[in-house]
Design a binder for this molecule. Structure first.
Ligand SMILES: [Ca+2]
Ligand SMILES: [Ca+2]
Ligand SMILES: [Ca+2]
Length: 235
């Protein structure tokens, strides 16, 4: 019984070890995501780019896409992030999305950040918004993987998850954010739908971020907990 506070303190400390050790902090899946306000990333003011594709082109620069993808203009099958069309109304048909017609979408990031303008982004996110045909038979559901890489190799993998709502006409309830923070930089993300060449993403976001404030709060709590446990042991 007397060791319980110590275990609790150790648990809190373990929960913040990623932030202390430089490991990546994974944010995903986040649903719902209807506007940039729903992003879990804490970008530093002005030091990020948000690609909504609503300029009808690949506009922000700072990244390179590999994979078959094109911007989709407003239309009945377009599935933008909900708020991009000015109304959070359950539909993204009046916005723009990036339509992917290959199994894998690979995005490489330029080292243009930091004081010298030569560092990789420390935070990256993207919003998956839709899947249509899956293996050309079923519609609206399929497996998805999200993997991110840094200068030294793979940082996080979301594994294989089933995603989709069975609808293909711009509904936004299933739109889901995947992303991460990594102090040492993020060089590449790969989002894949191995059974579909008919899916969409939106809101690619990348730049300089800080760890979530809650991480600092946990660090403080963890350290307080250890201090309290140490005091109790001395009694
Ligand atoms: Ca959009
Ligand atoms: Ca909308
Ligand atoms: Ca959707």
């Amino acid at each position: 019984m007397t060791s319980k506070p110590l275990f609790m303190a150790l648990g809190l400390l373990l929960s913040v070890i990623p932030a202390l050790s430089g490991a990546a902090t994974y944010y995903g899946p986040v649903n719902p995501y209807v506007s940039f306000d729903d992003s879990p990333l804490s970008f530093v003011g002005g030091q990020y780019r948000l690609e909504t594709w609503d300029s009808n082109s690949v506009g922000t620069g700072g990244y390179t896409i590999t994979g078959k993808a094109e911007v989709h203009a407003p239309g009945i099958y377009t599935d933008s992030v909900d708020g991009d069309d000015g109304a959070i109304d359950g539909f993204g048909t009046q916005g723009h999305s990036l339509y992917v017609s290959s199994n894998d979408l690979t995005i490489d990031f330029d080292a243009i950040w930091g004081e010298q303008g030569d560092e990789l982004p420390t935070a990256v996110g993207i919003v998956w918004t839709d899947v249509g045909f899956v293996n050309d038979t079923t519609v609206g559901y399929g497996p998805l993987t999200f993997v991110a890489y840094g200068p030294s190799g793979q940082l996080v993998s979301d594994g294989v998850r089933s995603i989709g709502d069975g609808k293909v006409t711009g509904e936004t309830g299933e739109d889901t954010f995947f992303g991460l923070y990594h102090e040492g930089g993020i060089s590449r993300i790969v989002i894949s739908m191995p059974t579909s060449v008919d899916w969409e993403v939106d809101h690619l976001q990348f730049g300089v971020a800080v760890p979530e404030p809650s991480t600092y709060a946990l660090m403080g709590l963890g350290l307080l907990g250890v201090a309290a446990a140490a005091r109790r042991r001395r009694r």
